[in-house]
Design a protein around this ligand. Sequence first.
Ligand code: LLP
Length: 398
Amino acid sequence: TGVFHTSPDGYLFCEDLQVKTVQDEFAKASEYGSPFFMYSKRQIGDNVRSYVEALQRHDLPYILGYAVKANNNLTILRILRDLGCTAVLVSGNELKLAMLAGFSTDKLVFNGNGKTQWEIELAVTHDVMINADSLFDIDHISSVARQLGKKVKMLLRMNPDIDPEVHRYLATGSAVSKFGIPETDLDTALGKAGSDDNIDLVGLHCHIGSTITNIDVFRATVSAMLRYNNHVQGRGFRLKYLNVGGGLGINYRKYIQVCMCIPSGGELIDSIADKIKESGLCLILEPGRSIIASAGILVSKVIGIKRNETRSFLVIDGSMTEVMRPCLYGAYHHIQLIEPTSGTRRYSVVGPVCECGDYLAEDIELPIPHEGCGLAIRDAGAYCASMSSNYNMRVRTI
Ligand code: LLP
């Protein structure tokens, strides 16, 4: 059976725990017991192993850096550390958390298009690798390193202007996005970073977007980066790392649409391994979603059901403050009941927040629930808890 599975009598299980039982126990323990996130350690391990097995099979030197922004739960970070991952950070506070989780700092990677002084200081002090996002970022990092008398390991984040074929908010490597150094500035960047005693230029970085499902996009990215690497070599630099970022999508619709072929972590590696191997460089990866999304669910409860002339609304105690992705990107998250009922009907699943955008799903078919009935929002491991808020003064669910 899968990690999340439904028993023959209609109850959802997470590994060997019946989700409804956990929900009932939490409800007894606290009035704030619902909604809550529930994660499977086994699923996290499976997702990491998909990458690691392929990397080892191709005998590639690598750093597998989990993107902490996807989910910064401390227990999850410790599990990932124990699985051999390093961590990829986008703020000084994420760096502090990674240190608390026990990651060794010299394999950590620090990203960001607007790093502030104290964040750079913290990263440089702890020998964290830094992806420089712009010409000014190189200057800022250099000046901190000089003040601290350190040599900082730097990668240049390139913007190759590749369309990742995703929602426009999630496209970070196209020319209109705010991220990365355009090819036209590469020589200037090399001039700065390469002639600076406080900078050890160790690699190139690229992250072109998130929820990517087309493997050709990754191959095109790697090709662009190898082209940059040739240029950099021509200028007399020898790099160590090729950081291809994260961005691999998952199949959020696998419950309703079986044959939508989205590559696994392992398949992504298979598709780029030949090119990486040829370069002789150490591969850095920064996956977030593909590691943690499928390992988490939001467990929620039906508050009530109402109908108007056009719709039936299932009002639940979960909302956009826990799962913002449908509201923000029109994203699909599968919803299922965690206990048996009979018959089906079409519903829009909405939360209690005072916004019309507060929906978890629009017009989906569900078994007919009763008030108090439990439900699970699937694939909520990534970018749900970490993007949660306490809007409307709701208790923040993390
Ligand atoms: N590296 C960099 C530099 C990134 O900006 C990101 C994500 C990652 C790695 C990890 O990407 P992943 O493997 O998780 O796709 N809030 C959005 C996702 C934003 C992703 C931002 N950057 C969502 O809910 O879909």
